[in-house]
Each structure stands twice: as C-alpha cells, then as structure tokens.
Design a protein around this ligand. Sequence first.
Ligand SMILES: [Zn+2]
Length: 275
Amino acid sequence: MPEGPEIWRTADKLNQALADKEITQCFFYHDKLKPYEKLLVGQRVAHVEPKAKALITYFDGDLCMYSHNQLYGKWFTVASGAEPNTGRSLRVALHNDSYSALLYSASEIELLVQEKLADHPYLKKLGPDVVHPDTTVEIIFEQYQNEVFQNRKLATLLLDQSFLSGVGNYLRSEIMFYANVNPSLKLRECSIEEKEKLAAASRLLSRRSYETGGITSDPEIVEALKREKASRKEYRHFVYNRTGDFCHKCGTRIEEDKTGGRKVYFCPSCQEINE
Ligand SMILES: [Zn+2]
C-alpha cells in the first residue's frame, strides 16, 4: 500500500493535470455516482489534497471527491483522451482540454459536500500528517509524549493512522532504525531522548522519501553505493526489506520480525535495547 510520501506525489501529479482546469468530461463507474457526471462537467477542479492515504479532490462548487485507493487502486494521468495500457478497470475519469486523470481498480470513492469532510469516519481520526509541510517536529514529538499512546508497542503504534498519518510499513522500520530504537519496545519504555529522535526521524525520513521518490537512506550512503554500482533495492532503505544484508552503518546483518502479520526490519546492533 502506498504511504504518505507516495500519496503526496500522486497529489502533485493530479494537481499538475487538473488544478484550475475546467472538466470537459467526467465518468464514474458506480451507479450511485452517475448523477454527478453531468453536475461536474463545466466545473473547475480547485485542487487535490492528500490526507494520509486518501485524496480529496475539491471542485469549484461546494462538492469534493474522497478517494482511498486501498491496496489496488491507482491513478494515471495521461494526455487528454489517451488510455493507459492497463488491464485494470476504470472507476473514475476526469478529463479537461489537456489531460485525463483516471482512477483504476478497487477504491473507495465518495462525493460529498465540503462541509461534511470533517465528519468523515476515516478523516476525523487522523493524527498529524508526517509529510505535510506544516507538521513540525514539535507537533510530532507531542504525539510521542501523549499519554494515550504510552502503553502501545512502537512497531504497531507507528502503523496507527490516528498516531501519525502517512506512516506505513517501510517508513516505520526506517524511522525506528534512524532513531536507534528497538521495535520490540513499548512507547513508555523509550527515553525522552529516544522520543525526540523518533520525532525527528519521522519528519525527516517522510519528507526525504517524498522529495526523492521513495528513498529513505542518507544521501551520502546512496551516493557511495551508487558508485559501487549497487541496485536501487540495495541503497533505497536502511533496513526495510533487507533481511540478511549488511547494515549500511555498522555492517551487522539486518533481521526481521513479524508484528501483526507485517514484517518489521531492524539492525540488532544499531537498535540494541539500552538497559
Ligand atoms: Zn547497524
């Protein structure tokens, strides 16, 4: 499933194709959304906003579209009227004179008046968005300090969108590595310094991944490994999906652990538990 950085990049692409442009043609697959096709033609898209793992497309009038891609949904932006080469089934199409934005495959799609957004069951429980430029390290640190979360195991807490929104499976392993915190710890077992490092890593690595197109490793590590002709899989992350490979920082072999069915990756030396 895409994480915050990927959703933000999709929103950028959609904004380039749709923002401030008048919709010339519109298609919805679901019968209950069909009545909106006529209504939206002639309206402009104001902008597209990423919200954790969902996207909100605002229209000129008082309407907006909530879409959540779940596991399989995928947006394509192409020249107006062009069709991407895909066997997926089309759910939404927004066309203007220059571009077509097409949403394929199983997704949750709703049209609602903008005033109702705040009551949306998915949106209303979201914690601070780690990629949002207004989300400071201080705001994130407050979450790590919040009493409500102290008894939670860090590895599962980091996937909880009400704690920090936009963090998913690869970011959580990378964040804990960067902060030198062991994934087996509960939040209350972390020191203030560790929480400060976790907050800083949450912000830095999410923004970095957004800016680099998914790379979380330090730029120096990436450059050094590229000089050695390493593959993207080798340099992209510190620990995620690197079980048995050597830690870029200390050379220890990376290990994995299964928490709630999803693997968490860590370096047993860099993330040793401090007694
Ligand atoms: Zn290490």
